[in-house]
Design a protein around this ligand. Structure first.
Ligand code: SAM
Length: 255
């Protein structure tokens, strides 16, 4: 079938790929990848031959230049499979502009869903998953990071962040300060890999664990929402204020 296929690939363990993803990689007319070498390696592991098919690099730095070629292939009725370096395309990874351009051109866009560190971390963090806000990577600079955290302080949802090992200690310290040290959180590291580890605790506890002791590998930080008791009181206050305001507006209108 012609169209753009956004193909999820493993986040560590090479066997975490779906049969359908392998079918699409085996049959697409054109392959595109954020990192062509890692896609080739993955295809090799699973015995999927590239043969004479083009394998196009498509990443943040060449997207603008590479996009027209992929869109032209789609317009010519070909199927294009795109894989980011790991996990699901568009999830803190390239693919947005490509999918958007294809859809704007009336071309079919299909997902071949599979691994993403976001869902993997959520499934084991032991924090509520009914409402979730994915934040990708926080800004690098301390002031900007604290501001971003401040904006999230009252959000009534579980917060998910991607983080680098080097910044983890500083991020947890800022989070403890800005969001409150008592919040439950989890640091999920090297998911699906040999040294997978998840550490759960309050933000203060986790901040102490990683202070000056950066771990190795890839990391997702999951943080609980603001304490429900506090936000319920806030809600009540806001509701009362709104009600009073509506009443006074109505009274004024009656006069
Ligand atoms: N597209 C990917 C996905 O669907 O999860 C995310 C790509 S983003 C550039 C890379 C970041 O994802 C890492 O820095 C880390 O925060 C997170 N990540 C990816 N693989 C991971 C793993 N195996 N364990 C923990 N975190 C992971």
């Amino acid at each position: 079938e012609p169209g753009l296929y956004l193909v999820a690939t493993p986040i560590g363990n090479a066997r975490d790929i779906t049969l359908r993803a392998l079918d699409i990689l085996a049959s697409a007319d054109v392959l595109a990848a954020e990192d062509t070498r890692s896609l080739r390696r993955l295809m090799d592991i699973h015995g999927v031959a590239l043969d004479e098919r083009p394998l196009v690099a498509y990443h943040d730095h060449n997207g603008e230049k590479a996009r027209p070629r992929l869109i032209a292939a789609l317009e010519a009725g070909q199927s294009v499979a795109y894989a980011s370096e790991a996990g699901t395309p568009l999830i803190a990874d390239p693919g947005f502009d490509l999918a958007r351009a294809a859809l704007d051109g009336g071309l079919a866009v299909t997902s071949a869903p599979g691994p993403t560190a976001l869902a993997a971390a959520l499934s084991i963090a032991a924090l509520p998953t009914d409402r979730v806000l994915f934040n990708g990577f926080l800004p690098n600079a301390k002031a900007a990071r604290r501001k971003a955290l401040g904006e999230l302080a009252a959000v009534p949802a579980t917060l998910v962040f991607y983080e680098s090992p080097k910044r983890l200690g500083a991020m947890l310290a800022d989070a403890a300060e800005v969001l409150g040290g008592d919040r439950a959180a989890a640091v999920c590291r090297e998911l699906t890999k040999k040294f997978e580890e998840s550490v759960r605790g309050t933000l203060s506890e986790l901040s102490a664990v990683y202070d000056g002791a950066p771990p190795k590998g890839e990391i997702v930080v999951v943080i609980d929402r603001a304490d429900a008791g506090v936000s319920a009181v806030d809600d009540l206050e806001a509701a009362l204020r709104d009600a009073l305001q509506t009443m006074s507006v109505r009274d004024a209108a009656d006069v």
